[in-house]
Design a protein around this ligand. Sequence first.
Ligand SMILES: *Cc1c(COP(=O)(O)O)cnc(C)c1O
Length: 465
Amino acid sequence: MDVAKIEEGLLSALKPYRGKMPTFDRFPKDGLAREDVLDLINQFYQLEEPRWRSGHVSGAVYHGDQEHVDFQNKVYSIQSQANPLHLDVWPSISKFEAEIVSMTAHMLGADLTDDEIVGTVSSGGSESILLAMKTYRDWARAIKNITQPEMVIPSTAHVAFEKASQYFGIKMNRVPVGADFRADIKAMEAAINPNTIVMVGSAPPFPHGIVDPIEELSEIARSHGIGFHTDACLGGFLLPWAEKLGYPVPKFDFRLKGVTSMSCDTHKYGYAAKGTSVVLYRGRKLRHYQYYIATDWMGGLYLSPTLTGSRPGGLSAAAWAALVSLGEKGYLEAARKILTTAEKIKTGIRAIPELFVIGDPLFVIAFGSKELDIYAITDVLTQKGWNLNGLQNPPAVHIATTLRHTEKGVAEQFLKDLQESVEYVKQHPEIQGSMTPVYGMTSSVMLRGAVDEFLRGLLDTVFEA
Ligand SMILES: *Cc1c(COP(=O)(O)O)cnc(C)c1O
């Protein structure tokens, strides 16, 4: 397959507005009238909204009921100027963030441990993970004199850990998961060495949605005197409610003594507007290694809890508003709907003989095929308007069930389209091919060789007007 053709296909997916909508690669001489700007923004919105609104997208928009979205937008619009970097100008934002942290911590077992569980609000799951890894690096340097830090993570852990490894100079030991796609307990322990500062498990990992054996792993970490981070970015706001509803949820939170930090995304199943997450620690001492403090700068004393300086207070207000408006009852009800729908989807996929579901997941359902090309099936689904997440090694695809999929008829339509796509690929074996899925995009890209360079070029394209 030729690369130019792939690039052409990607370009039409990434830059659909070229030549069709006004372009501003320089300032317009006179500013546009506000109504005209609003009109343009609305046009883009209306072109993009139907796909996620109708439940055709995996993950991405986790709530999306218009009343809830309007409410989030209203809160943001009231506080859009707020910046918690100015602690004394907007103490309300600090209050919101303190309460977001506390509510999240108590959902995740803070009541059931003797230690104090503390944390901060960040801009998203990746930042929460970056912060936790930086915290362990600085903790280990100060307390254990480790200058060549290493982390042990299962192969399913989110790439944000790899990003942290690159950004902060922490050597990464990625341990293959077992045949059941859960972290391999023995192999994880064997990967620990004197430079190991932290071990990681996910509840659940992004690819296949199968929770790692956090209880065993965190005990191993504890016995070695290293940190243990549970990445609950995805499941943190769903699994606690699933457990209350009687679903089988292995322990993954601060009830386990060995768990010393967690990441948990308000902007996923917390149903908040995009741009917030929570990172939690066992004890204030550990959290202190996250902070950045400057005492001798000409600009005065400077204290910053996270990676960014100025921060969007309006988003923290919106996250707080989501938590307190939904309450326990709202989260429980949302979880009930999502888990019921996910069960329906899982059962439906299992009923298609050419497909198999990976493991027995609760709400992120990964599936593959022994006889057909799963990427070809995904491509046909894409043409039918669906947007799933492609996985690799082994080839598979997943759907992360959200409230969007709980709307009437969505799960049924998905299963019908999936069945038809399987049939289509069976009839058209020529559309098979080995492809590389791009995270966050539906299109699969067939590439051999210079994938890394190609993806750098792809990002260059993204930032072209
Ligand atoms: C989404 C996700 C992340 C990263 O979160 P972002 O908000 O995209 O930065 C990390 N871990 C898991 C398991 C996730 O699902």
